[in-house]
Design a protein around this ligand. Structure first.
Ligand code: TYD
Ligand code: MG
Length: 458
């Protein structure tokens, strides 16, 4: 009996594998996402076993393993180095995801420039653009030296041969979705292609001990297109985000085996490429209306760095039978919860009012410490009173209306002081963590519940 060729069904959304077709994916619950693809051939590069790591695979005692502290390459772009946890780790596989046109290729070309300036040879493989197109982009960015080589190819076997020959010290693959592997018969961008290609690149990274950057496209839900396994296979996942219509971009680590995932890097897209923004707070507060009701400055910690943001709210009488709540730049449910807390604990009637909340600048801040800022912005809008524009607010709000302490109060106050703010409304519980002897000009207003916070601004 002739054996039929084995196929597997993949969920195109989350990468779930199944032997039979299904209408709804049991894992991500998406409908109609299953596609049939040939099963991966035996011996192909499935996740894990990276060729060059054989010798490291023998069991060793912790004390026998020496860490070479110098195995990080600094790109010189401080924002990027910080997000990576202090530079690029040799032999690491780094995935950069983001919407089309957000600046992934530009960022990586700038990385190439910084690396080649240090004498590191880089191979930039693009499956999306021609050499001329890349050259045009490079011209906008600046001068490049001969350590950079461009290669436009999508066949991974060819790419592998070229890498064997050139032995670059860093590799960039512009868009994993365009790469294809002869062994896999499905089309580029499909789940099995993306997975196989990443496997090949993983082998290259670990086997040659070179950093490999891969660009990944993002689906409309905001995940890297292709299977979730892609994120499991790589060492670091960075997302490049921001409003395409605004000029700044935020680079965020979503996964990092070599550093913290809380750090963000802020860039601005200029005519001559991406420029780092070293003081994002000033940038975020730029253009803030002086003394308008419904606007308040709040402080959110992004990793080790405090960032000031402006929270705006608008409250108006509703035209519908049930009022609208809108949250832009923060969690919708959190806003609903804070509105409920205000009604019950703050005695502010909002049941016939539409409430809109917006964090300006298109950033997304979900740290609980912005709760108090959102809450006071809503109060300010509902009562139509201005909050002094030189006041900063932070604190988490609990369901009983208590204002709970948050971490790193001193850093937040320091940032406020640096930017010329005069007052800080903060959780009373944070006071004991502050150094009593510290001399500050800034006035601290500790509050322990929502009522006290409202009194502080009215
Ligand atoms: P690109 O890096 O091609 O985005 P991606 O690879 O993520 O799809 O960048 C696209 C946008 O950036 C494009 O709309 C043009 C703009 N841009 C600038 O504004 N200044 C520049 O110096 C460069 C190179 C691009
Ligand atoms: Mg691109």
């Amino acid at each position: 009996m002739a054996k039929t060729k084995k196929t597997i069904f993949f969920c195109q959304n989350c990468g779930y594998e199944s032997a039979k077709w299904m209408g709804q994916c049991p894992v991500c619950h998406e409908w109609n996402t299953f596609a049939e693809e040939p099963a991966a051939p035996k011996g192909s590069s499935r996740a894990g076993k990276a060729g060059g790591q054989r010798s490291a695979a023998l069991p060793k005692r912790l004390s026998e393993i020496d860490l070479d502290e110098n195995n990080r390459i600094l790109t010189g772009m401080k924002e990027l180095d910080r997000v990576l946890g202090g530079g690029i780790v040799e032999g690491s596989l780094i995935l950069i995801g983001g919407d089309p046109g957000i600046g992934k290729s530009t960022l990586l070309l700038q990385v190439c420039r910084r690396l080649t300036e240090q004498g590191i040879s880089v191979l930039y493989v693009s499956g999306e653009e021609s050499q001329r197109q890349i050259k045009m982009r490079a011209n906008r960015i600046g001068e490049f030296n001969d350590k950079l080589q461009l290669y436009c190819e999508t066949d991974l076997e060819e790419i592998n041969n070229v890498i064997e020959r050139l032995r670059p010290q860093a590799l960039i693959v512009d868009s994993i979705q365009t790469m294809y592997n002869e062994n896999v018969s499905s089309s580029p961008g499909s789940v099995s292609q993306v997975r196989e290609s990443t496997g090949v690149l993983l082998k290259i990274a670990k086997g040659m001990q070179i950093p490999v950057f891969i660009v990944g496209h993002v689906t409309k839900e905001g995940n890297v297109a292709g299977p979730r396994v892609l994120e499991h296979m790589v060492d670091t996942v960075l997302y490049f985000e921001g409003d395409r219509h605004a000029s700044y971009r935020i680079l965020r680590a979503v996964k990092n085996r070599f550093g913290s995932t809380n750090e963000i890097g802020v860039f601005e897209m200029r005519n001559d490429g991406l420029k780092e923004i070293e003081n994002p707070s000033e940038f975020m507060l730029d253009g803030r209306p002086a003394d308008a009701s419904g606007s308040v400055a709040a402080c959110s910690m992004e990793g080790t760095r405090p960032i000031m943001i402006e929270i705006q709210s608008l409250v108006c009488h509703t035209n519908y039978s049930f009022p609208r709540r809108t949250a832009n730049g923060t969690d919708f449910n959190r806003v609903n919860l804070l509105v409920a807390v205000l009604e019950r604990r703050g005695r502010i009637r909002l049941s016939e009012q539409d409430v809109y909340v917006n964090i300006t600048g298109g950033v997304r801040m979900t740290e609980p410490a912005v709760d108090l800022g959102i809450l006071l912005a809503i109060v300010s809008a509902a009562k139509d009173v201005n909050i002094d524009s030189r006041t900063v607010v932070f604190g988490e709000v609990g369901l009983s209306g208590e204002v709970r302490p948050v971490n790193m109060a001193a850093q937040r106050i320091g940032e406020a002081e640096k930017l010329g703010f005069e007052k800080v409304i903060l959780p009373a519980g944070c006071m004991k963590s502050l150094d009593r002897n510290r001399k500050t000009k800034i006035e601290l207003i500790p509050v322990s519940n929502v009522r006290e916070a409202i009194e502080a601004i009215l």
